[in-house]
Design a protein around this ligand. Structure first.
Ligand code: DQA
Length: 150
């Protein structure tokens, strides 16, 4: 049994579906979780899907992923733009890291153009709404050699 893909979401994403739906869409985080699980299943993988509003808890989970995950997907939300500590935790990983955003932060306010997480990410998926998470699962599955035949 292979290790799961860890899918971590940062602050305020528990409010997905009601939080600025014109930017982040109407899918809830539970909907996103279901989509990630289905996509992972097609590649013969599972996901551990978690959300926290707390920087330290996210860092604890990143550290946990060092041993327990085959790949990490993270939507750091606002912490991506601020947290050197989260970047430092990500830099301890040797597994693939996919940074994921629902919106396209590069096309928004200046302060969103930089994310510390990108400095540690293998790649970034952004701007596709809830589908960004599915695409991130697909990318992670590819990086660990688990994509299903076309
Ligand atoms: C976000 C983009 C961030 O700039 C923002 O702080 C979020 C969500 C996204 O998924 O588009 O909370 O990460």
């Amino acid at each position: 049994m292979s290790k799961p893909i860890y899918v971590l979401s940062g602050p305020n994403l528990n409010l997905l579906g009601v939080r600025e739906p014109e930017i982040y869409g109407r899918d809830t985080l539970a909907d996103v979780q279901g989509r990630c699980e289905s996509r992972a299943k097609k590649a013969g993988l599972t996901v551990v899907f978690r959300q926290s509003n707390h920087e330290g808890e996210l860092i604890d989970w990143v550290q946990e992923a060092r041993e327990k995950a085959c790949a990490l997907i993270i939507n750091p939300a606002g912490y991506g733009h601020t947290s050197v500590a989260l970047l430092d935790a990500l830099k301890t990983l040797t597994i693939p890291i996919v940074e994921c955003h629902l919106s396209n932060p590069a096309a928004r306010e200046d302060f969103r153009r930089k994310t510390y997480v990108s400095l540690a990410a293998t790649g970034v998926v952004s701007g596709f709404g809830a589908a960004s998470y599915e695409l991130a699962v697909e990318a992670a599955a590819g990086l660990v050699g688990a994509n299903p035949p076309a």
